[in-house]
Design a protein around this ligand. Structure first.
Ligand SMILES: [Zn+2]
Length: 259
């Protein structure tokens, strides 16, 4: 291959790279959205990324809310989160949809849609597996779809790898239960307790000693698989009680403040 061929190849690769980057850019500018039927657009939906086995399908299409819902439904499969945006008559709309099994991993479309719709100057709501909303700021549809995609991306990443180091186990019959199933007791009526595979737990009290008191510093040992919703919970302090020490005749005595 001579220098000229090499340059040509470089140019082609560079163009391809730019094209892929454009494709990967979730929200295409509104003026490039062709005015065609959504059913024609649907198969060309952009696959943004696959995280922990879940694909995020995200795109702006020329559709009203009803069509967005229908197209999202068509695109949905077991391992996907579908995010579609559209503008009609000055109203911007967004739909986020996934199967219940995906939502159970810790994603909540209803929360994400609210964030996205606030950028549109409007609101949204729904259920963890299916939410929709919109607003009057049609020019912000790119930002809103990008925000929703970013949030889904972040949550999926945070969820990954959190559940394989613990399970529920019946203290009576020893039956193992998945953490994702909601169960108060075993089928034998025995109580369930959390069992850890400590070889998979990245946790040491020494590492955490410098971390400020906060319940989520123990995240690795908490039986949750999703992203925690925090109200800025703190740790509960120990108070040294000198008078009680004297009264009880012990060297040091602390009382735990359980809030
Ligand atoms: Zn049992």
């Amino acid at each position: 291959m001579n220098a000229g061929d090499l340059n040509t190849l470089r140019n082609v690769l560079s163009s391809l790279d730019a094209a892929f980057k454009r494709l990967a850019n979730v929200a295409v500018p509104l003026d490039t959205v062709p005015n065609v039927e959504t059913s024609v657009l649907a198969p060309t939906v952009t696959i943004v990324e696959e995280i922990n086995g879940i694909k995020i399908l995200s795109k702006i299409i020329d559709a009203n809310m009803k069509e967005l819902l229908r197209t999202s439904q068509e695109l949905l499969n077991d391992n996907a989160v579908v995010i579609l945006g559209g503008v009609r008559a000055g109203q911007a709309n967004i739909v986020i949809m996934m199967r219940t099994d995906v939502a159970k991993k810790g994603l909540n479309a209803a929360i994400i849609i609210k964030e996205a719709c606030s950028l549109l100057g409007g609101s949204g709501g729904g259920r963890p597996e299916r939410a929709s909303g919109g607003g009057p700021h049609a020019d912000k549809i790119n930002d809103a779809v990008n925000e929703a995609t970013k949030l889904v991306h972040e949550k999926l990443k945070a969820i990954g790898g959190q559940v394989d180091h613990m399970h529920l186990e019946c203290i009576d019959c020893g039956k193992k239960h998945d953490l994702s199933t909601v169960a108060n007791t075993c089928s034998c009526d025995g109580l369930l307790e959390i069992r850890y595979d400590f070889s998979k737990v990245q946790f040491s009290l020494e590492d955490l000693s410098a971390v400020p008191p906060h319940v989520w510093k123990y995240r690795e040992l908490l039986p949750i698989s999703g992203v925690p919703i925090s109200l800025m919970e703190g740790g509960t302090p120990l108070y040294r009680c000198k008078r009680l020490e004297e009264e009880c005749g012990v060297k040091e005595l602390y009382v735990k403040h359980e809030g």
